[in-house]
Design a protein around this ligand. Structure first.
Ligand code: SF4
Ligand code: SF4
Length: 201
């Protein structure tokens, strides 16, 4: 194939809300681990930046009647539908930006509640430009095309797996009980009624 190497086009799309297409009917999300959320909240306070987060990956804990939060996400509810740390000069928290931003356009794809893997986000403009090649690459080529992002994605995946391991341990010790089957109606009810507890590793 290929001498293809990823470089960022600096288009800023990954810091913005992107309406989904028929093929990918999703909106972009920027997941934050709780310590990353703390750091950005602190910086937002110092710089007087309106910064809000909502839950991203959560599990309802039946035993303690709590919503366990694995990751938060940045709310893009400002006028530009952009991360509030993004401006015409790019990311204003570049040195401490979240691991998901460092790994991008690689992302963690949740295969089921407890399993995830590294994937390529199809909404990045460089990915769209090179989609034909990228849709046929193997794992080795993925590392070669995205060497820096791949190492951040591995850290991201490791953190994700450590959190899942912690949840399983807590379950084995019978300290929590996560619903395996739950209707969306029930889930919405618990989201409204139960307190949040962050899972940190
Ligand atoms: S933290 Fe920086 S890189 Fe991440 S979404 Fe915000 S502006 Fe973009
Ligand atoms: S969408 Fe892709 S090319 Fe554009 S800024 Fe984000 S990572 Fe770079």
């Amino acid at each position: 194939m290929n001498d293809l190497k990823y470089y960022c086009l600096n288009c800023g799309t990954c810091c913005s809300e992107v309406p989904g297409s028929i093929e990918y009917p999703t909106y972009k999300r920027i997941p934050l681990y709780p310590d990353e959320a703390d750091r950005l909240i602190e910086i937002a306070k110092e710089r007087d930046v309106p910064f809000y987060i909502i839950e991203d990956l959560v599990f309802p804990d039946e035993k303690n009647k709590k919503i366990l939060v694995v990751t938060w996400r940045i709310k893009l509810d400002n006028e530009k539908k952009q991360c509030p740390f993004h401006d015409e000069n790019g990311c204003q928290v570049h040195d401490i930006k979240p691991i998901a931003c460092r790994a991008y356009p690689l992302a963690i794809k949740q295969e089921d509640a407890f399993k995830s893997k590294i994937s390529i986000d199809p909404l990045c403009n460089w990915v769209i430009k090179n989609y034909d090649v990228l849709s046929n690459i193997d794992f080795k080529q993925l590392k070669e095309i995205f060497p820096i992002e791949f190492s951040h994605a591995q850290n991201h995946l490791r953190r994700n797996k450590n959190i899942m391991l912690k949840l399983k341990q807590l379950e084995n010790e019978q300290k929590i009980k996560i619903f395996r089957k739950i209707s969306s109606k029930q889930f919405d009810k618990y989201l409204k009624e139960w307190d949040r507890e962050e899972i940190r590793v």
